[in-house]
Design a protein around this ligand. Structure first.
Ligand SMILES: C[S@@+](CC[C@H](N)C(=O)[O-])C[C@H]1O[C@@H](n2cnc3c(N)ncnc32)[C@H](O)[C@@H]1O
Length: 338
């Protein structure tokens, strides 16, 4: 009922997609020999959606230049803000082929990680730069931590999650995909992320706050541990408060000039834009910190061939599930600490 008010005519199609099998992307493991895996996937007609988007953007930029537009006249720098080390293969729109399970290489590292390809967008938005200190505040089971490591340029990565059992899964992923010498630069902790500023406030260049949410796709399909179950009503009602507290901790953990990406896998504005608005207000009024909400609309242009975006998000971007591109939901918004 709620989403039909928000998404209006789009809701029946989003609902149908949520009720159908989701699509995956194969995040290549750069720490394993990837060339033959890439070739194998290309033979199946899959493409690396990140490099494809960058190629298309470069071509359109050339066309604009040829049409004598100056740099200043162009829309936001399309490719400047994307880490190109990340390679994630997806099948074309409408193609619902499944990927084979990942395989170990000669050293025992798995060749790719299957994930919702839209989960990579918050990582691309974070735009890690060489030697950045990065904090992944709610990291388990570790898909996004793994993607952050695939950039190959983090100076240090702190991966935290309150749940000890889910942190074990994070360790398993690190062991299955990352060589020992790289694992050394990851510190894994199991703290309440809300207390992070008391541990290491103001030290990180980049912070990912991928909060617990109503996990809408899981919630429409699975009875097990469903957040909409009556016995979890209170917990569900408190989610936006928890999300806000985690985002505030993420902001306080960031250096001046540093960036925070907030993400959820929910369609709910209460868990998305409203949390952002409240955090910006609290940062200013209670901590005297000015926050700039970055424009990510170029993501819509860049990745329109792979994902369906909601065009009416007030702040940040939202990937809507669609039967021909059944990824998401994935909301992401980038904040800069001024
Ligand atoms: C959406 S999941 C994170 C998924 C993860 N980023 C990934 O890509 O695999 C949200 C996580 O937040 C954790 N969490 C919940 N409350 C937390 C808190 N107060 N502090 C830190 N982590 C918390 C949950 O245990 C859960 O693993």
């Amino acid at each position: 009922m709620n989403y039909s008010l928000q998404l209006k005519d789009l809701w029946p199609s989003v609902r149908a997609a949520l009720l159908c099998e989701q699509k995956y992307g194969a995040l290549l493991n750069n720490f394993s020999p990837v060339d033959h895996v890439a070739q194998e996937l290309e033979l199946l007609n899959a493409t690396d959606f990140v490099s494809e988007a960058l190629k298309t953007a470069q071509q359109s930029q050339w066309v604009m230049e040829a049409e004598t537009m100056t740099q200043a006249e162009m829309s936001p720098p399309l490719c400047a803000s994307i880490s190109s080390n990340i390679k994630c293969y997806t099948f074309p729109r409408g193609d619902i082929t499944r990927f084979r399970p990942a395989r170990p290489d000669a050293l025992g590292l798995l060749d790719y990680y299957l994930m919702d390809a839209a989960s990579l967008l918050p990582i691309l938005a974070l735009n890690v730069q060489p030697d950045d200190f990065v904090l992944d505040l709610c990291a388990a089971p570790g898909g996004k931590t793994l993607a952050l490591l695939q950039t190959g340029i983090c100076g240090h990565l702190a991966a935290n999650d309150i749940s000890i059992s889910r942190t074990k899964r994070l360790y398993e992923i690190l062991h299955s995909y990352i060589p020992k010498e790289i694992r050394k630069m990851v510190s894994v902790t199991s703290c309440d992320g809300r207390d992070w500023d008391q541990l290491e406030g103001g030290t990180f260049h980049k912070v990912l706050v991928d909060v617990p949410c109503t996990t809408d796709r899981h919630s429409v399909m699975e009875d097990d541990n469903n957040i909409f179950h009556k016995r979890r009503t209170k917990e569900r009602q408190m989610l936006p408060m928890l999300q806000l507290q985690l985002l505030m901790a993420g902001i306080l953990a960031t250096k001046q000039g540093g960036e925070v990406v907030y993400s959820t896998c929910s369609l709910s504005p209460l868990q998305n834009e409203y949390v952002i608005e409240r955090a910006v207000e609290i940062a200013e009024t209670q901590f005297n910190i000015r926050i700039h909400v970055e424009d990510l609309s170029h993501f819509r242009t860049l990745f329109q061939d792979t994902f369906s975006f909601f065009s009416e998000c007030r702040l940040g971007e939202l990937v809507l599930p669609h039967l021909t591109a059944n990824f998401g939901p994935m909301y992401f918004c980038k904040l800069r600490r001024m």
